[in-house]
Design a protein around this ligand. Structure first.
Ligand code: ADP
Ligand code: MG
Length: 289
């Protein structure tokens, strides 16, 4: 394509809500055959809300919520925000947390009201009743967080996210362009598959329970199979994978780290614009009329 055509393409992108880092980006956009979609904040709104609370026998439900809420108050993860806000609503002001530690893709720990509190996928052993509560919540499509203190898992708090209204249409458009959609998430498989079903992604194309550092390896594996991979993401956790993919698309509603790592930014956070970007590049570079 001529420099003029590329400039026109870039300008047209801006009108569509696509910010393009450089004209050469259009060339990688055109060649893409696989689109890896981050789940939380990309396919879903990422605005989670607290749902069920399960306290093991002998554990006070309000106490569980107070400790979990206080701990999660120190984290910026969407799951954590939902737990902290929901806890504050239900039990009032939350105590302070000390020695807070974030374990990326797994959970958090810290000292609250004299107890060593832990929340997330951090327990090696979980009592049968707590495991059952977690499983029921996950079967219902929730993200379940196991909460415990002083060495024992003592309950579960479940949060729900919602699929964006535009996501199913976006997946349909991406397929119509001949691309294969893949869902990639650190969340558990049951939740990931329920989101995949809602938007029309095959269960075989769901990669779940992936630690943040392993998202890169997942993208590399697809590339090693000979695919040309676009990755769409919004989180700090997605930045390295966005940089590794042949084409990184950042949600403009996401974190600065993701936006810096991406080649393209979808300004409005609407996944359908990913399909617009592919169409734009094909048209600009003359593969379709
Ligand atoms: P995603 O890939 O969907 O954006 P993450 O990699 O950020 O998800 O997180 C993966 C999982 O780790 C979450 O679904 C949750 O189970 C757990 N997790 C992460 N952060 C926290 C936290 N602050 N509290 C509890 N659980 C957490
Ligand atoms: Mg995300």
């Amino acid at each position: 394509a001529t420099p003029t055509a590329l400039m026109v393409g870039t300008g047209r992108g801006a009108q569509l809500g696509i910010l393009i880092k450089g004209p050469e980006v259009l060339e990688s956009t055109r060649r893409v055959d696989t689109v890896v979609l981050d789940k939380t904040g990309t396919v879903t709104t990422g605005r989670m809300t607290l749902q069920e609370v399960y306290a093991a026998e002998g554990v006070d439900e309000k106490e569980l919520l107070r400790l979990a809420g206080a701990l999660e108050h120190a984290s910026e993860h969407p799951v954590a925000r939902a737990i902290a806000a929901g806890a504050e609503d239900r039990v009032g002001p939350l105590p302070a947390v000390e020695h807070f530690e974030n374990v990326p893709g797994r959970g958090v720990r810290g000292r609250v009201a004299g107890r060593e509190v832990v929340a997330g996928r951090l327990f090696e052993e979980v009592p049968a009743d707590v495991a059952r509560a977690r499983q029921e919540a996950e079967a219902a499509g929730r993200t379940a967080v196991v909460v415990g203190w002083d060495g024992a898992a003592r309950g579960v708090v479940a949060v729900a996210d919602a699929v964006k209204e535009t996501s199913a249409d976006a997946v349909r458009q991406l397929r119509a362009l001949g691309l294969r959609p893949v869902l990639l998430t650190g969340d558990n498989r049951a939740v990931a598959e329920s989101v995949a079903r809602a938007v029309g992604i095959d269960a075989a194309d769901v990669i779940a329970e992936v630690l943040p550092q392993d998202k890169v390896a997942a993208v590399e594996r697809l590339r090693a199979e000979g695919r040309t991979v676009a990755m769409v993401g919004d989180g700090v956790n997605d930045a390295a994978a966005l940089a590794t993919a042949d084409l990184g698309l950042a949600m403009g509603t996401g974190t600065d780290a993701a936006i810096e790592a991406g080649d393209l930014t979808l300004v409005r956070g609407d996944l359908r614009v990913a399909a617009d970007a592919i169409r734009l590049s094909r048209r600009t570079l003359g593969t379709i009329k």
